[in-house]
Design a protein. Structure first.
Length: 468
């Protein structure tokens, strides 16, 4: 069991009151974390603000070098962090699980270290010289979710450090262990106060709300639900914070009639069930043309039956439990409702504890709860359509707009359909395949701003134009 600590101004900080962290596979306590107070947050922000003075003045090549050191530190400790992650989050060590997440975290850190925002000369003629500079903001507040704790922490922290900002990060109370340990490890190579962590149970103390309203924090980067994102935005308004909000998605996939159902079954499955469906950009609704509907259902269900589910520490498993009881109950409610209206192809019944088998339900339509609500779990509704225009309208009939996909052998036609989807990212013959050199973000209620690449890096800076 790990008794983790917060890191404030380079030092380990504990509290008298601590919260337990449970293993969702068996309900056992795997660690405890401090239940931090507003005073702890104030200390962390003060440390970050003090460190910003020198950190922000470092030359660009030095910031890049330190970020490369971060990559090495993550890689050197990836197995320890992966095991912590499996114990607290539930995802398997293997497959698209914890080791995969740590590999992705290192890859994103490396890609971010290579980015740069050099000054740009906008004009240099007899009328004068005009230059555009990007300046770091100051203290960045990071609030991370429980589905990809380490990877998303890296998505938040590395662009901030690379652009000369300092950070205070608060992980989800469901999955704080690996993140607190990551911050502890990175403080072995970072100057004091550059990266700080706070933790709480979100009940007796809600430091997330305090971060959003703190007048000394210049930017919030938040990944989570639409409802919480709205609260973050409201709390940030008074201090005019910069915001990057990556919120919920109810991504649609559209399968056109020219596909080979057997060929796409595995891609469809992992597009929907990556991380047990607990992924913002997972495919949450699948629209299949009536000509191939039955064959797609057959092959998708057949593949689902081959994927082993169980305790993530068992290296043969590829799916784990739902991470927490609240999310489990939501999935169970939506599936129970869907079973009254559609046909269960596979799964459909809760298993022991927080385990819920991969579930496919056909015969549903827009207006049914499992189609309209983001389930964020291992249940996929399959909707038959006869007309392409009908499918596009149904896919866009959502307040969310994070991602979408089109499945077809005709790539040109698939791209044309994808362009008509109301979403920030669209994929052809795959789903959710984000990468560090391409901006990622949502439209409509799925968020504000983007992450990754130079576009994401700019979100951690203010522009300054110098006229001479």
């Amino acid at each position: 069991m790990l008794d983790a600590n917060m890191t404030i101004d380079g030092r380990a900080v504990s509290t008298d009151k601590r919260s337990e962290v449970l293993n969702p596979s068996n309900g056992e306590v795997v660690g405890t974390v401090p239940n931090g107070s507003r005073a702890d947050l104030n200390a962390a922000v003060a440390a970050a603000q003090a460190a910003f003075k020198n950190w922000s003045q470092r030359p660009d090549h030095e910031l890049a070098s330190v970020c490369n050191d971060v990559v090495q530190k993550i890689q050197a400790n990836s197995e320890e962090l992966a095991r912590l992650l499996t114990l607290e989050q539930g995802k398997p060590l293997n497959g698209l699980g914890s080791r995969w997440e740590l590999g992705g975290a290192a890859a994103w850190a490396a890609a971010t270290a290579e980015l740069s925002l050099p000054p740009r000369v906008l004009q240099d003629n007899e009328a004068g010289r005009v230059e555009l500079f990007r300046k770091p903001l100051g203290v960045v507040g990071s609030i991370t979710p429980w589905n990809f704790p380490v990877m998303i922490a890296v998505w938040h922290v590395l662009p901030a450090l690379r652009t000369g900002n300092t950070v205070v990060i608060k992980p989800s109370p469901h999955t704080p262990l690996a993140t607190l340990r990551l911050v502890e490890l990175l403080n072995e190579i970072l100057p004091r106060g550059v990266l700080n962590s706070v933790s709480c149970d979100d009940i007796s103390s809600n430091l997330g709300a305090a971060i959003a309203g703190d007048p000394l924090i210049r930017k919030i980067v938040f990944t989570g639900s639409c409802a919480t994102g709205q609260k973050v935005m409201q709390s940030s308004a008074a201090t005019m914070k910069r915001l990057t909000l990556e919120l919920g998605g109810n991504d649609a996939g559209i399968v056109l009639p020219d596909v080979d159902p057997k060929e796409i079954a595995q891609g469809l499955f992992w597009g929907a069930f990556l991380n047990n469906g607990q992924t913002c950009a997972a495919m949450k609704r699948l629209y299949v043309h009536e000509r191939v509907h039955d064959d797609v259902c057959e092959h998708l269900a057949a593949f689902a039956r081959t994927v082993p589910m169980g305790d993530g520490m068992n290296e043969s498993n590829l799916l784990g439990p739902i991470q927490n009881r609240m999310q489990f109950d939501k999935v169970a409610r939506l599936v129970a409702n869907a079973k009254r209206k559609g046909a269960v192809l596979v799964g459909g019944e809760p298993a022991t504890g927080l385990f819920f088998p991969a579930t496919l339900i056909a015969g549903l339509k827009n207006g049914d709860a499992l189609v309209d609500e983001e389930q964020f779990g291992p249940a996929l509704p399959i909707i038959s359509f006869s007309d392409e225009e009908e499918a596009i309208r149904a896919a866009n009939d959502s307040p969310n707009g994070l991602g979408g996909s089109v499945w077809s052998r005709d790539l040109d036609h698939a791209r044309a359909v994808a362009r008509r989807l109301d979403c920030g990212s669209a994929w052809i013959n795959k789903h959710g395949a984000i990468q560090p050199n391409a901006p990622f973000g949502g439209v409509k209620a799925s968020g504000i701003g983007v992450e990754f690449g130079e576009d994401g890096l700019r979100e951690y800076t203010d522009p300054q134009v110098i006229f001479s």
